[in-house]
Ligand binder design. Structure first.
Ligand code: IMP
Ligand code: MG
Length: 182
C-alpha cells in the first residue's frame, strides 16, 4: 500500500479537468442517460466519492427532461490509502426498494471494478431491472473484474485523482476541479 507524504495545498495540485470541462461532460452524460432510460428511473449513488458528481448530474438530468428517484449506498474499498484493500463493505444501506425498477448506479471512478461489481451484484440480487452504470472517470487497463460502465465522463491517464468528490485520506473532496497527486 502506497501513501503520499503530505497533504499539498489545493492550489499546488496540477489540474486535470477544470470546472467548465467537467460541466460539459456532465451535461453530455445527462443527455445520453435521458436517451437510454427515458424520464423515470432510479439512481443509486455510491458514497462518499460520487456525491458532488451526483449533485451536478441530477440537475443536468432535470434539464435533459429526467425525473429520477435518488437513493444512496455507502461502500468502502479504499480505507484512507491510495491502493485498493480489495475488501468491500456496505457501510450504509439503501433506504428504498429497488425491485422491478430500472436502476442507474452512479460512482465517481471505475478502476479495478471491484466496487461497482459488488454494487451491481447487490442491486441485481434485490431485483433491480435494467441495471446500468455511470461514472465520471474511468482508468483503462486497471480492471481486475470484468465490468465496464455504460456512461463515462472522462477516460483518464493513470494518476491518483482528487477533487470533485474524490479524496485522498478524506481530503480534497470539496475542490471544484479534478487534480492529481502523483
Ligand atoms: P475500484 O473498486 O478499484 O474500481 O475503485 C473504485 C473506488 O476507489 C472509487 O469509488 C474511489 O472511491 C476509489 N478510487 C479509485 N481510484 C481513485 C483515485 O485515483 N482517486 C481517488 N479515489 C480513487
Ligand atoms: Mg474514495
Amino acid at each position: 500500500m502506497s501513501s503520499f507524504p503530505e497533504i499539498l495545498p489545493p492550489d499546488e495540485l496540477p489540474v486535470l479537468y477544470s470546472p467548465l470541462e467537467i460541466a460539459e461532460q456532465v451535461n453530455r452524460l445527462a443527455d445520453e442517460i435521458r436517451l437510454a432510460y427515458g424520464e423515470e428511473f432510479m439512481i443509486v449513488a455510491l458514497l462518499k466519492g460520487s456525491f458532488v458528481f451526483t449533485a451536478d448530474l441530477v440537475r443536468a438530468l432535470y434539464n435533459s427532461g429526467c425525473r429520477p428517484q435518488i437513493d444512496f449506498m455507502t461502500l468502502a474499498s479504499y480505507g484512507t490509502g491510495t491502493s485498493s484493500s480489495g475488501t468491500i463493505n456496505v457501510e450504509r444501506e439503501l433506504s428504498d426498494d429497488v425491485s422491478g425498477k430500472p436502476v442507474l448506479i452512479v460512482d465517481d471512478i471505475l478502476e479495478s471494478g471491484r466496487t461497482l461489481d459488488y454494487a451491481r451484484g447487490v442491486l441485481r440480487e434485490r431485483g433491480a431491472s435494467d441495471l446500468r452504470i455511470a461514472v465520471l472517470l474511468e482508468k483503462p487497463g486497471k480492471r481486475t473484474v470484468d465490468i465496464e460502465a455504460d456512461f463515462v465522463g472522462f477516460t483518464i491517464p493513470d494518476h491518483f485523482v482528487v477533487g470533485y468528490g474524490l479524496d485522498y485520506a478524506n481530503y480534497y473532496r470539496e475542490l471544484p476541479f479534478i487534480g492529481y497527486l502523483d
